[in-house]
Design a protein around this ligand. Structure first.
Ligand code: MTE
Length: 311
């Protein structure tokens, strides 16, 4: 992973307009007291009064769309918002293949259409120890997996991002990162109701820099598992190779569950910088939660596994 020292200018300061024009931000938060549960907001439940705690306040549109990692568009946090306009997101095809009964090349609209779109607020924790709270719009990853009818032998699902050097300016890192960017999940992780395919943010279309037109979000794992702009899903029996675990195996693993007790070889994961443009330094430090606060929902997936080992 590329760690860069953040300049103050990376985070816009006080001028941020909350997305209150779209919806009262607090209404997004469905989790009482914030710890543990994911925040769900179905469209028709949007009016219910909900409580939150201060560090669960969603980040602003500005913060979420100008502080990004999308290395195909550059290595600086600001580069994706500057460069990703060159990504052509329509038409878009997602290939489904590997060990399943319904492989095929699906047009984006057909891929999404059968699912019910929901808004959900999740914590987002990057392995670089910064975090945000993000109101995604999307649908369960489990929907498309069920429709693909994976074979009983399928144990994993692998994802790949588009790689088109004509649209993606960051060619220098091709040999090192080995694009296309690849990620993967165990099938039961991918089927978990918290795992999403996301096509929107703050109720609007997903901006290119955040992974348009369709990305994965797995909120209890470090952000690099949440692969952007996917063009392929492949069902496999073996654990698939993934970008960062292949590139730097001593530092990144396949599981990459958020764990404050397991330090990265080069820095602690005990705390995180919550991006907060209203603060002078553009962030505030908070404790990192085990499994990013989703332990009640997902810890059972790892029963019998030594989580200290599965970085
Ligand atoms: N997906 C692709 N294709 N390329 C990337 O560089 N970066 C990952 C992940 N998905 C990345 C990617 C990392 S390291 C993080 S932290 C998140 O995207 C950042 O998502 P965001 O920019 O929407 O916050």
């Amino acid at each position: 992973m590329i760690i860069r020292t953040r300049r103050n200018s990376d985070i816009p300061s006080s001028e941020i307009t909350p997305e209150s024009a779209f919806i009262n931000r607090r209404r997004f938060l469905g989790a009482s007291a914030g710890i543990g549960a994911a925040a769900f907001l179905s469209r028709d439940a949007a009016g219910s009064p909900l409580s939150t705690r201060q560090d669960e306040e969603p980040n602003t549109w500005e913060e979420i769309t100008t502080h990004n990692n999308f290395y195909e568009f550059g290595l600086d946090k600001k580069d994706p918002s500057r460069n990703a306009h060159t990504l052509v997101t329509r038409p878009w095809t997602v290939k489904v293949d590997g060990l399943c009964n319904k492989p095929g090349d699906y047009q984006l609209e057909d891929f999404i259409k059968p699912s019910t779109i929901e808004d959900r607020v999740y914590r987002f924790r990057c392995v670089e120890a910064w975090s945000m709270v993000i109101p995604w719009r999307g649908f369960p990853l489990a929907d498309v997996i069920r429709r693909a009818e994976p074979h009983p032998s399928a144990k994993y699902v692998a994802f790949a991002t588009l790689w088109d050097p004509e649209q993606m300016p960051e060619r220098r890192w091709k040999p090192r990162i080995g694009w296309p960017y690849r990620e993967g999940l165990r099938l039961d992780e991918a089927m978990h109701p918290l795992s999403l395919l996301v096509n929107g943010l703050y109720g609007k279309e997903l901006p290119n820099q955040n992974g348009a037109p369709l990305r994965v979000i797995v909120p209890w794992k470090y952000g690099f598992k949440s692969i952007k702009s996917i063009v392929r899903m492949t069902f496999t029996e073996e654990e698939p190779p993934t970008t960062w675990a292949t590139q730097t195996p001593g530092e990144y693993g396949f599981y990459s569950n958020v764990n404050p007790d397991v330090s990265h070889p080069r820095w602690s994961q005990a705390t995180e910088k919550r991006i907060d443009g209203s603060r002078f330094f553009g962030s505030r430090r908070i404790d990192t939660l085990f499994l990013n606060g989703y332990a009640d929902e997902v810890a059972h997936l790892y029963e019998g596994m030594d989580l200290q080992k599965y970085f």
